[in-house]
Write a protein that binds this ligand. Structure first.
Ligand SMILES: NC(=O)c1ccc[n+]([C@@H]2O[C@H](COP(=O)([O-])OP(=O)(O)OC[C@H]3O[C@@H](n4cnc5c(N)ncnc54)[C@H](OP(=O)(O)O)[C@@H]3O)[C@@H](O)[C@H]2O)c1
Length: 492
């Protein structure tokens, strides 16, 4: 039997009773070590707290299983109370074993680096997951354009150093797949801006409630895929459980890491903003890319006509192979300006929709916006979710890069909001990154997406985890098809 005693922080004036059943008369939440013992599984612990003094007894095995020793060793206020037989038997307090720190590999951009080449692999300690978080041994990581833009320091909070600087850097990555290795039990809320092992996003207590409920749906050994508000380029992550789902049995880890962001993006654009219905005709820009392929899958699932565009002829065979039910006339290699508009009108005739597109999905922008907008049907919705045509091709912007970006910015397409009611068309935009602040919406979007039962995504390019810099360079050329993933070969 071990005994512990200590001063309860902020509890000195509040007597607190603890019963055999482990239910405290008032909250012990500020002292999670005790709370874990009291509310944990196993034989009941017996304790009492009066006038700020807490005394707790439990078996050594229970204390060990609940990691009380570790808490005791960390807390300067909590000391072992050796009494009676134990005091005689233990002249010196025994060195209690500590859980070794968990070390992971993570790719890190130094604060405000603005250079893809600055991405560095480092080993770092990762804190234990908290209640509501699931620890995942990562097997594969999906690349997204957000990783490129954070690397170039074009993503505001990172460029300003608001995010990542505390931790000496910023770990990119929005999605991953892997195996659950532990479920958090520590019921403290994590502090804001956890750069190590978790996402760079402060979640509210309401969100943690949702995460804690979701955590009960996972167990050690589960194959999962998940989304993070960055932090996924790592061999181990702690993720809030409501941001994780099981990988379908027949899918590989690479397919799991390739799915959620790139399918949720067009799903949100088509359903929430586009109000897509059977009979509609949809234009998908960058149709052979990760989001583009998923957009077409969703359209076909719901019996919607689709036209896809690509920037290079080499991508068309990929589309025809993936979608054998579609005709070559439904895919076009974008020409410029008026040529592009003529191409779009020909494709509309080919699919029997001369009235125009009901929805346009565009993450390319540049010169391709106006022709697409012109081909929008009355009542149509033009959904903008990126600007890939502005992607700098070098590792860092430099003076010339900034000048080019500035020129592209000056030439960006314009829409007069006053004209929209007259032409009876809408222009909309979104960024899914904001869903992390709206956990209920994120959960609903994930559920809706999984209910579509889409086929496994097409993984076009797989790089070793150690080749992350090359993977990012290849991805941002715009010549890739399907999803680009990093595979962790030795994830032990
Ligand atoms: N708003 C959101 O929440 C959200 C979420 C995820 C992704 N996105 C955006 O969606 C777009 C597609 O994402 P993804 O991950 O599926 O990527 P992707 O489509 O696999 O790759 C991007 C594509 O952009 C096209 N592109 C056009 N001009 C380019 C240029 N100058 N440099 C590079 N690429 C160029 C290329 O296809 P073609 O040349 O064949 O058109 C390229 O394959 C990206 O712009 C991304 O930022 C937005």
């Amino acid at each position: 039997m071990l005994k512990f005693s200590g001063q309860l922080p902020n509890q000195s004036s509040k007597p607190l009773r603890v019963t055999h059943s482990g239910v405290a008369a008032n909250s012990l939440s500020e002292w999670s070590g005790f709370r874990r013992v009291l509310l944990g599984k196993g034989p009941p612990a017996l304790g009492s707290v009066t006038g700020g003094l807490a005394v707790l007894s439990c078996t050594a095995a229970l204390a060990k299983s609940l990691r009380l020793q570790r808490h005791w060793r960390r807390s300067s206020r909590l000391k072992p109370l050796r009494a009676g037989a134990e005091r005689k038997a233990q002249a010196q307090p025994k060195e209690l074993p500590m859980t070794p720190a968990c070390i992971r590999k993570a790719w890190v951009f130094p604060p405000g680096a603005g250079d893809i080449a600055a991405l560095a692999l480092r080993e770092e300690a990762i804190e234990d997951p908290v209640l509501g978080e699931v620890r995942v041994q990562v097997q594969a990581i999906g690349l997204n354009f957000a990783d490129v833009f954070t690397g170039l320091a074009l993503y505001g909070p990172i460029a300003s150093g608001e995010v990542g600087s505390e931790a000496g850097g910023f770990v990119p990555g929005l999605e991953f797949s892997g195996v659950v290795t532990s479920i958090g039990i520590d019921d403290r809320y994590p502090t804001a801006k956890r750069a190590h092992g978790g996402q760079l996003c402060e979640l509210t207590p309401e969100v943690w409630k949702l995460a804690r409920k979701a955590a009960t749906g996972f167990k050690v050994g589960d194959r999962v895929m998940g989304v993070l508000r960055f932090g996924a380029y790592a061999s181990i992550v702690n993720a809030p459980a409501h941001q994780i789902r099981h990988i379908p049995d027949s899918w590989s880890f690479e397919e799991g890491a390739a799915f959620l962001v790139q399918a949720m993006t067009p799903s949100y654009a088509l359903h929430e903003l586009g109000a897509m219905r059977p009979g509609h005709t949809v234009l998908v820009q960058s149709a052979a890319g990760g989001c583009g392929l998923q957009a077409i899958e969703i359209c076909l699932k719901l019996g919607v006509k689709v036209v896809g565009t690509v920037g290079s002829a080499s991508k068309v065979p990929v589309l025809l192979e993936r979608f054998p039910s579609l005709k070559p006339e439904q895919f076009l290699v974008r020409g410029s300006g008026r040529d592009f508009e003529a191409q779009l009108r020909a494709a509309l005739l080919a699919v029997g929709s001369p009235h125009g597109f009901d929805i346009v999905l565009d993450a390319v922008l540049g010169d391709f916006f106006q022709p697409g907008f012109a081909c929008l049907a009355p009542g149509g919705r033009y959904v903008v979710y990126g600007a890939a045509s502005m992607t700098p091709q070098q590792d860092s912007l430099g003076v010339l890069g900034w000048a080019k970006l500035g020129w592209q910015w000056l030439q960006r397409p314009w829409v007069d909001p006053l004209s929209l009611p007259g032409v009876n068309k809408s222009v909309m935009g979104f960024n899914l990154i904001h869903c992390f602040n709206n956990a209920e919406l994120l959960s609903v979007l994930l559920e809706d997406l999984l209910n579509l039962n889409l086929p496994a995504p097409r993984v076009g390019h797989t790089f070793r985890f150690e080749d992350a810099v090359n993977a990012l360079r290849t991805f941002k050329t715009g010549m890739t098809t399907g999803k680009v993933v990093l595979k962790i070969e030795d994830s032990t």
